[in-house]
Every structure is written in C-alpha cells, then in structure tokens.
Design a protein around this ligand. Structure first.
Ligand code: PMP
Ligand code: GLN
Length: 380
C-alpha cells in the first residue's frame, strides 16, 4: 500500500488516553468531560430512540435541529440564517472540517494555518492535494501577527483556517483579530474555515465573538461547531457547518458521500434540549471558568507556571522549573507513568515541532478530579 499520509501516526489523543488507562493515571490529556451530560438530554435520547426515530436522518440534518441551530445563532450573534440552505448537521466537527477542506481546496492550493494547530487540519489538506502553510502564533500570549499572515498570502492561497477559542492555547480572538481576518479574506478573495467548537467557553466577561458577527467574512466562511463540546457528549459525534447557500450546496455534495447523515435520535434529543434549556448553552462560559479557577487555585503552590487561558477547557502549563532538560513528549510520558497524571505535549501541534517546556491539561473534569490531579502535580 502506498500511504496517502506517510508522515502520520496514531493521534496523540489516542496515544495518551491509552497510556493513561494502562498506568491508571488521571487523564487530563484528551479533551473530554469526566462528568455526565444533563439527565434530561440523556432522557431525550432514550425517548426518541424508543419512539422509533432510528432510521436515516435527512442528509442535511433533521429540520427541527437546524431550526434550533438558527435560533441559537440568532441569539448569540444576531445573525439570521436559512435553516434549509445554510446549515448542515455533521458527524462531529471533525467531519465538518474535513468536508469543508475537501470542498475548498484544489490540488496545489495553499491553506494558512496557525501553529500550534489542532491535529486534523493538515492531514485533510494533504488528502485534498493542498499545501498547508503554517504560521506560528506569538508565544506566550499566542496571538496572530496579521502582518505575517498578509506576507504569507500568495497567488495560490485559497483558505485561512482559524480556531477561536483556540485549542490548545486558550487564546480568544479580539475584535481587532476578526477585523484583520475579514480584511485579508475579502481583499484576497480567500475563504475562511472558522473552527468554533469552543465558542460558548469564553471567560472573564469577554463578549462572545464569531465569524458570524462579521458579515463580509461570514459570506466567505464555513463556520463549524460541535454539540459534543457544548453538551458534554463528545462520544455522540454531532456537529454542524454553517455557510452561505452556494457553499452549503457544494458542502452537501461531499457530506452525502462521506457519512450521508448523522445519528438520528441524538439530533432530536439535542433539538429538544436547545429549545427547552437554552440556558445550558448560555451558562457554559461560567461553568468552565469556575473549573479553570478551581484548577488554577489548586496549582497555585506547584512549580508549574500557568499560561493565560481566556477560553476552551484547556490549560497550558510551563514545567521548566521541574524538568528543564526533558522534552515535552518525554515529560508527558514520565508524568503519566511515574506521577499518574496524563497531559498532551504542546510540540505535537506544531509542524516543525517546538522546544518549549509546555504541556496541555484538560480541566473539563469534576472538581474532585481536578483536586486529585493538582495534589499529584504539586508534589513535583
Ligand atoms: N476542532 C477542535 C479545535 C477540537 O478541539 C475538536 C475536538 N476534539 C474538534 C475540532 C472536533 O470536534 P468533534 O469531536 O465534534 O469532531
Ligand atoms: N479535541 C480533543 C482534544 O483536543 C480530542 C479529539 C480527539 O480525540 N480526536 O483533546
């Protein structure tokens, strides 16, 4: 077999979760909650399944869910959407990102990404025959240098992929970031894929901003989100893509041959949840801010240095006071095996690697889990 992804191995998330399980470590590596989803959401799923909603959903997603997504988008961002023509339900944000990339990237096209970057973008670009152009975010704030982006645009540049709130750094785009992005996208006739899976996890009373808020940008964007994150059900693999009708029509041509449609009863369950408990979404920022603060407080006496975290459920920590000579991958192995806390090395999110002494910890955990992990981390 000639590999289409010769440089790719098993994802770091699978690797670290397996290592955590085999060493009985507290797993703060792969991003997922260790607490149950809302009981009424689980009851909805059982009820719809028992009521017989178990056959193929419509290819773009069940209409009641698309209507609720439109209502949510209007509430959060004052953008009015056409549920019939601009919203497609997908099997997780992962599918939406993959399909958006296949749709927009022609062989030889360049796609601008920001390192550290979520791991699924570059392989999808490669499979589409495109070339990813990696620009580093400026540490330690991990902000975009937009002049550098402007300088990286060539005649072959087709797409910019952005992710705010940002995994793994917790950086959140400012108004100025969105405006700079909009200006570049419009000026150079590019497209934007905006990965907003952590959109509702924004802290410290910052306004929730999105590509939806910038009309000229939204007109050239595929905006992706995930119910796995929003409702604490990563295993349901339900997400969606929002794009103008012409883009959505092309998106669906591909989506229909990748998965055709997504898990039917979960679509109804989430639609009902969005309708009856919209406060679940609105409260998510506060919910995770509290976890961020509990974890930071518990780590206050450790030798880890915490980096700023404006959003998401990830905390970056610098371990250079503990093991200055260990690479981040070696540190994560050691931490998991010897101290029973699993983390993700930051360098895996860089195309060219990174020699920073930084790892990512997921705080989407019960307070008891955060305290237990912090107790171990404070001993280092
Ligand atoms: N983008 C980012 C930045 C993520 O962190 C994740 C979650 N792993 C995804 C996309 C994929 O989301 P989903 O689990 O809904 O496929
Ligand atoms: N998005 C999750 C993370 O960043 C993991 C997703 C996955 O396991 N593929 O940890």
């Amino acid at each position: 077999i000639i590999s289409k992804l010769p440089a790719v191995g098993t994802t770091i998330f699978s690797q670290m979760s397996q290592l955590a399980a085999s060493h009985d470590a507290i797993n703060l590596s792969q991003g997922f909650p260790d607490f149950p989803a809302d009981a009424s959401l689980l009851a909805n799923l059982a009820r719809y399944s028992q009521a017989g909603f178990n056959q193929y959903a419509p290819m773009p997603g069940v209409m009641v869910l698309r209507e609720q997504i439109a209502a949510l988008t209007a509430r959060c961002y004052q953008r009015q959407l056409c549920a019939a023509e601009e919203i497609t339900v997908t099997s997780g944000a992962t599918e939406a990102l993959f399909v958006a990339i296949q749709m927009l990237v022609q062989p030889g096209d360049e796609v601008i990404l920001f390192d550290p970057a979520y791991d699924s973008y570059a392989p999808a670009i490669q499979l589409a025959g495109g070339k990813s152009v990696h620009i580093r975010l400026d540490a330690p704030q991990y902000r975009v240098n937009w002049q550098q982006v402007a300088a990286a645009i060539t005649a072959r540049t087709r797409v910019i992929i952005v992710n705010s709130p940002h995994n793994p750094t917790g950086m959140v785009f400012s108004q100025a970031d969105w405006l700079a992005l909009e200006q570049l996208v419009c000026q150079h006739n590019l497209y934007c894929i905006s990965d907003e899976v952590y959109e509702h996890m924004v802290f410290d009373a910052q306004p929730q901003r999105s590509a939806h808020c910038f009309a000229a940008l939204a007109a050239r964007s595929v905006i992706v989100s995930s119910f796995g994150k929003t409702f604490h059900v990563t295993g349901w693999k339900l997400g969606y893509a929002i794009a103008p009708a012409a883009l959505t029509a092309e998106f669906r041509k591909i989506h229909q041959y990748v998965t055709f449609a997504s898990f039917t009863p979960a679509q109804y369950a989430i639609a009902e949840m969005l309708q009856q408990h919209p406060e679940q979404v609105t409260n998510l920022g506060q919910f995770y801010q509290q976890k961020r603060d509990v974890f930071a407080q518990a780590l206050a006496d450790s030798r880890f240095q915490l980096l700023p975290c404006q959003g998401t459920y990830f905390q970056l920590v610098d371990y250079s006071a503990i093991a200055p000579t260990l690479s981040d991958s070696a540190f994560c192995q050691w931490l998991t095996i010897e101290h029973k806390v699993a983390a993700i090395p930051l360098s895996v999110f860089y195309q060219q690697g990174s020699d920073a002494r930084i790892v990512r910890l997921c705080f989407a955990k019960q307070h008891a889990t955060l305290h237990a992990a912090a107790e171990r981390l404070c001993q280092l």
